[in-house]
Design a protein around this ligand. Structure first.
Ligand code: SF4
Length: 161
């Protein structure tokens, strides 16, 4: 999978200790739809980082080397759904190796914008998606599914499988 970065120890995006994978691309919809500069997005600096193409088996080994402390994989900013095929291939690699850990995907899209991607992800067990745009200056909201506070109160997570 092409990634910007992998953090093997993340406590911020999910209730359990996670491996956090930063995806590579975004259309900057959260900013441009509101007429704002893309610099408003907290992930804007990440877009300048180089892309690394890491084999899925290598990411799986990285995860397994940190078990049992690391319990889940979170894939987030930039926008993972632009790389949905690569995300699905990574999940497929984990499942084929017998690893059924939660995969948490942070997308800025809403369900009606990505029905095909949701259907493909539902083939796999234990998938959680955080939906919704980042809205600057919105109220934050605690999300029970993730066990963390999301920055905008229009955002929510759902266990889809
Ligand atoms: S989807 Fe994520 S990376 Fe893209 S503009 Fe929204 S918050 Fe920023």
């Amino acid at each position: 999978m092409r990634v910007k970065d992998i953090n093997t120890t993340d406590f911020v995006n999910y209730k359990d200790r996670s491996m956090f994978i930063s995806s590579c691309f975004c259309s900057w919809k959260c900013c441009t739809e509101l007429g704002l500069d893309i610099g408003v997005c907290q992930n804007a600096p990440l877009s300048k980082a180089p892309i690394k193409d890491i084999p899925d088996e290598e990411i799986y080994e990285l995860f397994m080397n940190n078990k049992p402390l690391t319990q889940a994989v979170v894939i987030g900013g930039l926008e993972p759904m632009i790389q949905a095929n690569e995300v699905i291939a990574l999940i497929d690699c984990f499942r084929k190796n017998g690893q059924d850990c939660p995969f948490v995907i942070y997308t800025g899209y809403y369900p009606n914008e990505i029905p095909k991607e949701i259907d493909l992800l539902k083939q796999y067990n234990n998938i959680i998606i955080k939906f919704g745009r980042f809205i600057p200056d919105a109220k934050s909201r605690y999300d029970k599914v993730l066990g963390v506070t999301l920055v905008s109160d229009n955002q929510y997570a759902e266990k889809i499988s």
